[in-house]
Design a protein around this ligand. Structure first.
Ligand SMILES: [Fe+2]
Length: 252
């Protein structure tokens, strides 16, 4: 299951047209993905997207995939900017939540230095009844420098989505180091592609293969299934037998 992909054509910086969207879906299906959530950017620099249109757009793409025999289920979702969300009605937030269920929202980690108000913005969204899946925090330099800040957010009940390309990036990548530390600490819950086009980023199978932790497979199967169902996450697989800790959130 892939909970983060810019699959809908002609909306944001993802698939530019239907042919590109079908190609991206075919590629995902060929690598074993059976369900993909279309999560277009919902933020002030994409003002033309009406969330009420999302079900129709997803249905049209699903029909195109079925016509071509592509075995991929597409669901409604969105990658919500934390400030944008503050100005939306409950109805709009529900429309861009996973499956339109009104339970779980994918919230984008802001780029660059994180404002101190971020935690307050996330808290306000949660008090409106949504569970948050925070998109790719491992890529943010503030969290890379201060992983304890991210740890406190996770410990407050926010779920974390890692991008597959971060998990596969290699030890010289700070995003990779933080991603593996979060997996090892049990503070990451989903691995998703954040795909914008075919071949642009590592797929889920590559990411699972790049982790030696059994939690990684849970992060592309059982955990995302629970989020799509709006249910509590099932228990994660136990860590491997303790050896020297390879990844840690703690510095020094
Ligand atoms: Fe994204």
């Amino acid at each position: 299951m892939d909970l983060h992909a810019h699959l809908l054509p002609g909306i944001d910086d993802g698939a530019p047209d239907e042919a590109a969207a079908v190609a991206l879906a075919e590629h995902a299906a060929a690598t074993g993905v059976r369900t993909m959530v279309a999560t277009p950017h919902l933020r002030h620099d994409y003002p033309d997207l009406d969330p009420a249109e999302l079900p129709g757009r997803v249905a049209a793409l699903q029909a195109a995939l079925q016509a071509r025999g592509v075995p991929l289920e597409v669901l409604v979702g969105g990658e919500v900017d934390a400030v944008w969300a503050q100005h939306q009605t409950d109805e709009t937030l529900r429309a861009v939540s996973y499956g339109g269920r009104g339970t779980d929202l994918l919230v984008e980690t802001p780029y660059g230095e994180l404002p101190m108000v971020l935690e307050e913005l996330l808290f306000r969204i949660r008090t409106r009844g949504f569970r948050i899946l925070l998109a790719h925090p491992e890529r943010n330099p503030t969290f890379q420098r201060d992983p304890e800040r991210l740890g406190r957010i996770v410990d407050s009940g926010v779920l974390v989505q890692l991008t597959g390309a971060s998990v596969t990036a290699g030890r010289r990548s700070r995003a990779c180091a933080l991603a593996h530390a979060l997996i090892a600490e049990g503070r990451a819950h989903v691995i998703a592609s954040d795909a914008h086009n075919v071949g642009g980023r590592a797929g889920l199978a590559e990411a699972v293969a790049a982790s030696d932790h059994p939690r990684a497979r849970w992060m592309v199967t059982d955990a995302p299934a629970a989020i799509l169902a709006g249910e509590a996450l099932p228990p994660a697989p136990a860590a491997p037998a303790p050896t020297r800790r390879r990844w840690s959130l703690r510095r020094g």
